[in-house]
Design a binder for this molecule. Structure first.
Ligand code: NAI
Length: 397
């Protein structure tokens, strides 16, 4: 099968297996070049097949020498379907992580379900032992309520007034307008149910009750704050309500964990990066691209791997933690510098469409979105058919 980018409604419907390998390998090479550190021995990542979860897994496996267990929801190739990028990321992570000599295990399934939590607990009990760190990096569109059987959807909507903004049309490299309607009360509650802290808390509780949390255990989830331009649709929108809940959950868990295990429940505000969800958040791609541009020029731009390495090396296991007044780790401090925010805003307001698409930051942002699905790597011949039979024996381990 010849695999070239297929984008429908700004969503990549395919992925290139060997491009995904290149994507993972590049991050592994980066992690090997960065300072190694004493971190956790056994790590569980929920949502470790792509984005921030994958970079966290790679940073911890290769710079801290951790054993890693990952739970993610990904689809294998089938018929004309190439399989999801995360599927191949897991496969190639496993292949290259063998060299660490450590244990790396993947569970493919719905992390929200109680049954998978029990399966992971059983695996830990029999194979790996207690965990030192749980990274919760889930970005999910929906969750089944196991009590009612109802499928609950999360939404990216405003609270109060509608907002109009732009997003990037990836296929045509143009701007398109989007209007975001206010969420209903029910939609806000549903978004909090899917993307808030409830499931994170359940994971910690299942493992705590099974005596699988090591002394000094830490858990961390990722939040986003962002600046003025994204505030109406992100921080003040339905997803922002879910993030507030996630942050409250950390504070609530902190008490129990510090009392019982000398542990910590942390939330880190990470910077805006190009990930699958970012193109569906109006203004976010334009903001992200202009931000990249400003930070590249200032020399403060980090790759997603560098960002997560710095989180664990400096702020979770190191002594350079920056916390705000409500206890969140502010890994995003470089993004949030007033000068960076002002310059980003000026760029967003001042540039016309043509100007925007000539910015190195815009091109870097879009290239990253293609790379997430294995596209745009120079050494890969995209005209050469991918032999899925040759890949068929590769299953998550
Ligand atoms: P992503 O879309 O790249 O990755 C999401 C992960 O969740 C994947 O591993 C996927 O398999 C997994 N997943 C989704 N539904 C699942 C389910 N039902 N069961 C098991 N696994 C499931 O997401 P991204 O962007 O890395 O986001 C991760 C977290 O970081 C989110 O909480 C997001 O809000 C936060 N964040 C993201 C920022 C960004 O700019 N992308 C900025 C700051 C925070």
């Amino acid at each position: 099968m010849i695999i070239k980018p297929k984008i429908r409604g700004n969503f990549f419907t395919n992925a290139h297996p060997y491009g995904c390998e290149a994507f993972v390998k590049n991050q592994i090479e980066e992690a090997k070049q960065l300072t190694s550190f004493d971190g956790p021995k056994n790590v569980l990542v929920i949502g470790g097949s792509s984005g921030y979860g994958l970079s966290s897994r790679i940073a911890l496996a290769f710079a801290a020498g951790a054993n890693t267990v990952n739970v993610s929801f990904e689809s294998p190739p089938k018929g004309k379907r190439t399989g999801s990028a995360g599927w191949w990321n897991n496969i190639f992570f496993q292949r290259h992580a063998k060299a660490t000599g450590n244990v790396h295990k993947d569970f493919i399934g719905d992390a929200f379900l109680r049954s998978i939590k029990v399966d992971v607990a059983d695996y830990l009990k029999t194979k790996l032992g207690k965990i030192d760190l749980l990274v919760y990096s889930l970005a999910a569109p929906s969750r089944t309520n196991e009590t009612t059987g109802e499928r609950v959807q999360s939404s990216l909507k405003t609270v109060g007034e509608p907002v109009e903004g732009h997003t990037v049309d990836l296929a045509n490299r143009r701007l398109t307008s989007v209007r975001v309607e206010p969420a209903t009360k029910q939609e806000i509650e549903d978004t909090v149910y899917v993307m808030g802290g409830d499931d994170w808390h359940q994971w910690v509780e299942v493992l705590r009750k099974s005596d699988l949390l090591a002394e000094g255990f830490k858990t961390i989830a990722y939040t986003y704050i962002g600046g003025e331009t994204t505030r109406p649709i992100y921080r003040d929108g339905s997803i922002g309500r879910a993030k507030v809940h996630l942050e409250q959950t950390a504070r609530a868990m902190q008490d129990t964990l510090s009392r019982t295990l000398g542990g910590e429940a942390l939330v880190s505000s990470s910077k805006a990066v190009a990930t699958k969800a970012s193109v569906f958040i109006p203004q976010m791609p334009v903001y992200g691209a202009c931000l990249y541009d400003v930070m590249i020029r200032r020399g403060t731009h980090e790759t997603i791997l560098e960002h997560k390495h710095r989180l664990f090396y400096d702020m979770v296991y190191g002594d350079k933690r920056i916390k705000d007044e409500v206890g969140r780790i502010r890994l995003d401090h470089r993004e949030m510098e007033p000068d960076v925010q002002d310059e980003t805003l000026r760029l967003m307001r001042g540039a016309d469409e043509k100007g925007l698409f000539t910015l190195p930051g815009m091109n870097a942002f879009i290239d990253e979105l293609y790379a997430l699905n294995g596209f745009g790597f120079e050494h890969i011949d995209y005209d050469k058919p991918v032999d899925f039979d040759a890949l068929a024996s590769m299953k998550p381990e």
